[in-house]
Design a protein around this ligand. Structure first.
Ligand code: PLP
Length: 410
């Protein structure tokens, strides 16, 4: 039986009394020692999100620190080249630091300060969540530690350098696949033993329920701006509108879609299909993965026959994660959003075409979303509109792109 979205209820409040979205996804599968810190954070956030002066403070920093609103531009050359639908981009990579991860990081630092914490820790894959947390921690005077997989430290060098420059300590994670999944686990382990003095910022809409909520509440800024920008451009929300976003943990997509929940806009989430010649991928929703528990929440998760977390592979460190936000599991099962996947090779091709024709240079994560837009646009009418969330800048991927394409342009 498919799940139903309750009208008039914000996406982050669609859960039941056990914090399970649609009664199936999310929740708080946590060790006893985390119960109190998670209850405290839940109570604090439920007060803050209703507090007018906190909202004013958030909006002030979004405007004067992050630099919102980010641009909404028409990709005329790409549209002309492909024929078919008009293609636009919400250029979230123009936010301070170069990606959407700055919204969650800023809000977590503001909350940590309200909670009287002086230390903040976080996980990172592509390095953007870590870079942004280190930036925001510096801005708000917090000490910061970032957990990052050793494989990702090697492949996302520019962001690693930025984290160090911001004065944060990087903890290389050498367990498991040495990618995001292990960084989140290691960071949570650290938090379990230090939760009385340390605030934890999970870098996506994953983890125990409160982290899913805070993150999606923060990234919702993207669609709050976009609704106004779309109405300014078209006079209304176009009847045939597709909003295409890559999904790793799912924070940029949740924020990109949030304000369009009750419109006719079609939501398309793009997972990492991995290399074309490999069975490995990071696409649990597209490949029929079963429900399991990962990082304290029930979700579709790539797993082996024994239910152990399975291996993943993607050219894109930010999408290279075996699980997916409970919010997206809910959006999939309720049929509000559709999910597909794009291979490493097609993401690279999309990066090449977009950066050649337009003055934006998407990182490998949003290049997955552009690949889907490029596939769909020629099949659609010119009255139809596609908007892609260009949620990250390619600079962090310059080594990989140079190695794969022989050049790097930005
Ligand atoms: C630029 C960029 N886009 C997308 C993602 C995927 O994460 P999420 O699905 O939470 O937006 C990441 C993760 O690091 C990222 O850095």
């Amino acid at each position: 039986m498919s799940l139903k979205i309750r009208k008039g209820v914000p996406l982050i409040d669609q859960h039941d009394k056990n914090f399970m979205y649609g009664g199936k996804f999310g929740g708080n599968f946590i060790p006893e020692t985390l119960k109190k810190p998670i209850d405290d954070l839940t109570q604090l956030f439920s007060k803050l999100r209703k507090n007018k002066s906190f909202i004013k403070e958030r909006d002030y920093y979004f405007r004067t620190y992050i630099g919102t609103p980010t641009p909404f531009i028409k990709l005329e050359n790409l549209t002309d080249q492909l024929g078919g639908a008009q293609i636009y981009a919400k250029v979230v990579s123009e936010a301070n630091g170069g990606a959407h991860k700055i919204y969650n990081a800023t809000v977590h630092c503001l909350i940590a300060k309200k909670a009287g914490k002086k230390y903040i820790v976080g996980d990172t894959g592509a390095g953007y969540a870590g870079k942004m947390l280190s930036m925001a921690a510096k801005k708000f005077g917090l000490k910061c530690k970032i957990f990052m997989g050793a494989k990702d430290i090697k492949r996302q060098r520019p962001n690693v350098e930025a984290i160090k420059k911001n004065g944060a300590q990087i903890v290389p994670v050498t367990t498991g696949s040495q990618t995001l999944v292990d960084a989140v686990s290691e960071c949570m382990r650290y938090w379990v033993s230090n939760c009385d003095r340390v605030h934890n910022c999970i870098g996506s809409t994953v983890g125990p329920n409160i982290f899913v909520k805070i993150c999606a509440w923060s990234t919702a800024q993207i669609s709050r701006e976009l609704v106004n920008q779309v109405i300014l451009e078209f006079g209304k929300i176009p009847k045939k509108l597709k909003l295409i976003n890559c999904v790793g943990g799912g924070s940029s997509a949740a924020g990109f879609w949030n304000e369009f929940m009750e419109t006719d806009a079609e939501f398309i989430g793009v997972e990492a299909g991995g290399p074309k010649n490999s069975k490995l991928h990071a696409a649990p929703l597209t490949n029929g993965s079963k429900i399991g528990i990962l990082h304290g929440a029930a979700q579709y998760v790539i797993q082996d026959k024994e239910g152990q977390i399975g291996s993943t592979e993607s050219i894109s460190a930010g999408l290279d994660y075996p699980g997916i936000s409970p919010l997206h599991c809910f959006l999939k099962d309720s049929k509000r959003a559709k999910y597909t996947s794009v291979s490493d090779e097609d993401a690279l091709k999309a990066y090449k075409l977009v950066s050649k024709l337009e003055n934006i240079s998407p990182s490998l994560e949003p290049s997955h979303a552009f690949a889907e837009a490029i596939r769909l646009a020629p099949k659609l009418k010119s009255s139809e509109v596609i908007i892609v969330n260009s949620c990250g800048d390619s600079l962090k991927d310059k080594d990989i792109i140079k190695q794969r394409l022989g050049y790097y342009i930005r």
